[in-house]
Design a protein around this ligand. Sequence first.
Ligand SMILES: [Zn+2]
Length: 456
Amino acid sequence: MEKQTRLVVRNIGHLVTMDPQRRVLKNAWLVAVNGFIQSMGTGPVPRVSGAERVDAKGGLVTPGFINTHHHMFQNLARSFGPVSNLPLLPWLEGHMPLWRNFNPDALGVATRVACAELMLSGCTMTSDHHYLFPRDGTTEMLDAGFEAAAAMGIRYVGCRGSVNQPSDIMPRWATQDLDVILADCDRLAAKFHQSGPGAMAHVAFAPCTVFGCSGEHYIETARLARRLKVRLHTHCGETVPENKDSVERLGSRPFAYMARHEWEGDDVWLAHGIHFNDREVAHLGRTRTGIAHCPCSNMRLGSGVCRVNDLRKAGSAVSLGVDGSASNDSGHMMNEVRQALLLTRVVHGAESMTPMQALELATLEGAKNLGRSADLGSLEPGKCADLAIFPAEDLYSSAAENPVDALVLCHARQVDTLVVHGRVLVAEGRLVDVDLDRLIIQHGRIARKIHQGYPR
Ligand SMILES: [Zn+2]
């Protein structure tokens, strides 16, 4: 019989459960067995023999954050000067020459860096939308992402991105034939997609956007995904030019085009979802189609403001995404929570989003969009022991009257401790099993090589 792993987290100042009552337990403890929460409460800590013990030092515990949109390879083009002041479409086009010779080794290192950033900022589960497959390179690219995430210990949803139509933005070398794409989707699902509670790796199918993917591409990936019981992800409604181009070329706005090609429903989540009209918001809500809101990226590219509250009211789950590091330019989930609150308040006023509602986006709504409401998103007995421990008080939150609000309203902090499936991956603010200095040097070396080939 396999040995049981036990974890006791004690001395928790505030335990933000995100349970249906949104209870915050004071002076609390939590016990996990084999990666799942067995019990939690206040008062005397139960004796658990053979358990690893974590002292939360009076800190604040939240469910691990769930990042629902990212392009981890873009860490290699962070703050890339030639395009860093452009809007989405010229920005994307301007990046493409960087990626002509991209390979799985580079993806593996970029993924490790992206995971490290996310983990230190409270994230225990992340998706990665990888759509870059140079035509003359290997098709077996995303395997490197799965392997890197597994080595880091984070939960991972590898979104098999794809482009099958060349355009002004996506050159022919960056496209693949649909039969190659579908075969690789099928292969990845068989190799990496786990089922059941506590799964560490999922696969999703993720055509890039309407300007790079044919209608047949959307329909065929949707049908394959539903046959294999995996989820669907793509970009939609990010910019005004995208809507305009879609109307001119395809005869309808992007979401109508997607819905016509079977891309609606509670197994679909769309990145950005900014430029929807009232009818579209109602349609999205009625079909329970989800949205990954990426506030930093949307501000950085000047794309617009997602209608978070309208979408949630209509029935859509709205989760958070850091988006790629070429448009953020960091993957800091706590910062994303803070910016989500601030950006909604810019448009709708100070009463439009509370800190608790901002935390809902990063936890409960993330679990919904990734199909994990049953085992993730809140801290309750039976759910996975995925949790972030933030320091009780530091320079930035010193003397804050309400520590839970302070977590969102004060400076975006890093975790003291991060636990994924009952395993401590960050302790005392440092990644336990990762040589971060070495990783940063390796990442810089690969990035410089990629940048050198850029035509100037
Ligand atoms: Zn994106």
